[in-house]
Design a protein around this ligand. Structure first.
Ligand SMILES: Cc1ncc(COP(=O)(O)O)c(C=O)c1O
Length: 393
């Protein structure tokens, strides 16, 4: 049997129609399949590969750390230099109140940790999230994602969760002294790139402060440069009480984090002690890779020119079959009529060497979320393939 057949037989499947492309190499903006065909990557592993695939500094850091030590002990006991260095670097690039980093293996676990932390810190149970938000697939994070279709088969889920409409001012009154935390994606990604207004975000922040509710901003997908600033919340003039990071955080390795003030984080240290435990969270190799990746993002000025690149996409994406283009930095959703049309264009793109897909809660929108290093020429090339795909509708 070939690898594809073995994949279908022995690797657990999450859908009955996986893409099942067999990539054998990835570098920068590109991937290559087993036949040698080159693909331009327009989804960056769903916002993981913000600095491109296999950045040499990340590869070098992984190599060096793997030769030094890998797993030593469960999280939080030994002083492990890669964790310490990365936590310090991250907090140097965050507002002063966000000075304590809890590293996890994934975004879902960061969400879980934040929910537990908010309950412990406030002594409250209520959690408010938003329709069409995505925060992960574990049972806690599934309880707060904003779409009943994805949740329903797994009930009973967490009680005391309320879903409001993102960007709806009137609903913010439902945040009360009973609410432990409000969890929001700063910019909703899987909804098909929905950015709230500055006014709404600032009112949300104020309402949380007024009621003693912790504001958790999920920047697992929109953070680390994706929206044109290091953190998306910078564009809103607010600071969350807890920040969720993941995806690009590990430079391509698995790593997530929930980040808060030390005084809040302290709630996890007693009654019970070890309030949140992880064996592999903050793995030294993942932290070394993440640190090298974030340093490359900053020192190579990969965020420079994001807004020009966004505008170039928007100016090129003109076609009668396009219903709307929503964007925030290099996170773009190209909306077409319906899912069949979207799927037809995506299949055309992949057949013509461009990797893209749709969004979990917006199956009629094509995802354009390339590594931030994409050049003007590559944007033109990608848009030409996409427009040719739209011509087939
Ligand atoms: C906004 C957001 N939050 C949380 C998650 C969950 O992250 P992970 O898949 O690493 O558990 C995702 C993943 O897509 C995400 O996009």
């Amino acid at each position: 049997m070939n690898n594809r057949q073995l994949f279908l037989q022995h690797v657990a499947q999450t859908s009955d129609a996986p893409l099942a492309l067999e990539m054998v190499k990835a570098q920068g903006m590109y991937m290559w399949d087993a036949s040698g065909k080159q693909y331009i990557d327009m989804i960056a592993g769903i916002s993981v590969c913000n600095i491109g695939h296999c950045h040499p500094a990340v590869v070098q850091a992984i190599r060096e750390q793997a030769e030094t030590y890998m797993h030593l002990i469960v999280y939080g006991e030994f002083v492990q230099s890669p964790q310490v260095q990365y936590a310090t670097f991250l907090t140097q690039h965050l507002p002063a109140s966000l000075n304590s980093v809890y590293f996890t293996n994934s975004g879902s676990e960061a969400t879980e940790g934040a929910m537990k932390l908010a309950k412990r810190h406030t002594g409250r149970t209520g959690i408010i999230a938003f329709k069409n938000s995505y925060h992960g697939s574990t049972q806690g994070s599934l309880s707060i994602i904003g779409d009943e279709y994805w949740r329903n088969a797994y009930r009973p889920l967490l009680p005391d969760v309320l879903h409001l409409q993102h960007n709806d001012m009137g609903m913010l009154e439902q945040i009360t002294e009973r609410t432990a935390c409000v969890i929001a994606e700063t910019v909703q990604a899987e909804a098909g790139v929905l950015a709230p207004s500055v006014e709404w975000m600032q009112t949300l922040r104020a309402r949380c402060t007024e009621t003693g509710t912790l504001l958790v901003l999920d920047e697992i997908q929109c953070g680390l440069g994706r929206n044109g600033t290091l953190w998306a919340f910078e564009q809103y003039g607010v600071v969350p009480d807890i920040l969720l990071a993941g995806k690009a955080l590990g430079g391509g390795m698995p790593l997530g984090a929930f980040i808060a003030n030390r005084d809040i984080m302290w709630s996890l240290t007693n009654q019970p002690v070890l309030g949140h435990i992880t064996t592999f969270g903050g793995h030294p190799v993942a932290c070394a890779a993440g640190l090298a990746g974030m340093k490359a993002l900053l020192s190579e000025k990969m965020m420079d020119g994001i807004s020009e690149k966004e505008q170039l996409f928007r100016s090129l994406l003109q076609h009668p079959r396009i219903k709307a283009v929503r964007s925030r930095g290099l996170m773009l959703a190209v909306e077409v009529e319906d899912f069949p049309a979207c799927k037809k264009v995506i299949d055309y793109c992949i057949a013509n060497g461009l990797i893209t897909d749709w969004f979990l809660f917006a199956s009629n929108a094509i995802r354009l979320v390339p590594p931030l290093i994409i050049s003007e020429e590559e944007i033109r090339k990608a848009c030409a393939i996409l427009l040719a795909g739209l011509d087939t509708l």
